[in-house]
Design a protein around this ligand. Sequence first.
Ligand SMILES: Cc1cc2nc3c(=O)[nH]c(=O)nc-3n(C[C@H](O)[C@H](O)[C@H](O)COP(=O)(O)OP(=O)(O)OC[C@H]3O[C@@H](n4cnc5c(N)ncnc54)[C@H](O)[C@@H]3O)c2cc1C
Length: 490
Amino acid sequence: MKKEFLDELASFGIDMVWTPFECQFYGFDVTPLPKETSWVFRGTTPDAVLRPKNTEEVARVMDFANKHKIPVCPRGGGTSGYYQSVPRNKGIVIETLALNNIGELDEKEGVISVSGGVIWSQLEWELKKKGWTLKTYPTSYKSSTVAGWIQTEGLGVGSLAFGSIKKLIKEIEVVLPSGEVVWVPNEGLVETKSGNLKFEDFIKSEGMMGIITSVKLEVRRLPESIATYLLKFKDKNDFALASSRLANISSAYFIEFVNGSYMDLLAQSGHHTPKHLKEEVFAVIRLEGGKSDVEKGDKEIAALLAEYPEIARLPQEEAEEEYSYRLKYFRIKNAYSSVTPADLSVPLSNLGQYLDKVSHFRFEFAYKGEILTKEQCGLMFFYVLANELSLVRFMSAAPYQMEFILSAMKMGGSPNGGIGLLNTPYVFGLRTQSEREAFIQKKETFDQNWIMNPGKWTDPPFFLRPSIYFSGMKLLEPVCWLVGGIVGRW
Ligand SMILES: Cc1cc2nc3c(=O)[nH]c(=O)nc-3n(C[C@H](O)[C@H](O)[C@H](O)COP(=O)(O)OP(=O)(O)OC[C@H]3O[C@@H](n4cnc5c(N)ncnc54)[C@H](O)[C@@H]3O)c2cc1C
């Protein structure tokens, strides 16, 4: 960016850093990549990072950037992991963490107004003081922001009971690329200077349509009753058979499952685990709600256990312990330099078939999943142990990821966690052609200078185009088998 632009930005009096040293930390996210890939991902270090404190400051930066055609990349906690919040063409990063106001709680409506950069755990802390709590949150809740999750429209803890975050939002305030500020209700159209917009235009838009500065979010009173179970299944088939029934248990709030191989990784990382065999599956089930609902759920679980005596219920303390670890996603990292998850979802109805298919891959694998909705969808994390300190070892993990994801897509699933930059090869599994075309058309209308988060799936680098990427991965596959064999981790 030209020096005169930096000087002008600095004159706004908004918190800003622009030294290369400070900016370099915004040139990546939570996903570790080997340093050799930096030649591919050039332009990720921004010229300046601004931390506006209110909507007016955001609007001022956007107006300036639009006038001078400077790219703007919004960033919350930077936890999305597919380079969604990493610039592609330098420019400005707007870090939203100073947009951290928690407004009044409307107890009658059960709605709270918060700024877009509020961290989930901070909001939960404040709500709990008043006897209230969140309906849903991502497991990254200690560092991710409210608006960041809206932008990837994720599912997380509590989605099983309350659905996706999209359903829980009443209204958002957005600063458009032109600097215009609008309030967009969950339903209906809103008039702007460039045309009409609706809520869906922002959900899942990954920072490419505007900056969300405020959110009116549904919350709930602390539940009257809770119960936590840890069940052990003989193998994946038994678990898959029971999974839909588990998802439909009254007051089921959260269900997470892991296999015995995952428990092995935990043990190697120094964590306590229940006694287990590799092929067993463990599921932690949390019920939350009114007293009678939770009692109903208790009875349904008792009936399931009576019907299938091979399902074992583990002690209460172990169940509580496992539930408390739901937010410590990368506990197994203690033992490994890096963990590259293949992050995907499959319909619950195909879970057994899917697990069967991937169990024929030539290696043993560890997984952790969450039953995220009653609509029979499952989210699976397959842990691929890579090592970003060695390019060969790192790249040798990539084809495994591809196989896991493509197999899921063939069974009605998709990659998870949004598209950003790194999931671009799978874009056709996440957006239909007409959705992609409609989005690009909207963006061209409302972001004529294409300043909002450019260079992601809408205009990706050459090597991430699906045909190029998949051909490259196919060529890499033999190396992958070889290195996988030598390393002997599978
Ligand atoms: C350990 C771990 C656990 C996770 N668990 C879950 C989970 O349970 N469920 C789930 O769905 N995801 C999960 N994720 C992924 C990620 O944490 C979520 O997508 C999270 O909500 C991203 O929030 P963030 O504030 O970090 O956003 P960022 O990563 O900073 O940004 C995400 C996207 O939103 C845009 N953006 C950010 N703020 C704004 C804003 N104010 N206005 C407009 N655009 C904006 C960015 O440009 C980017 O495109 C997990 C990640 C990790 C590392």
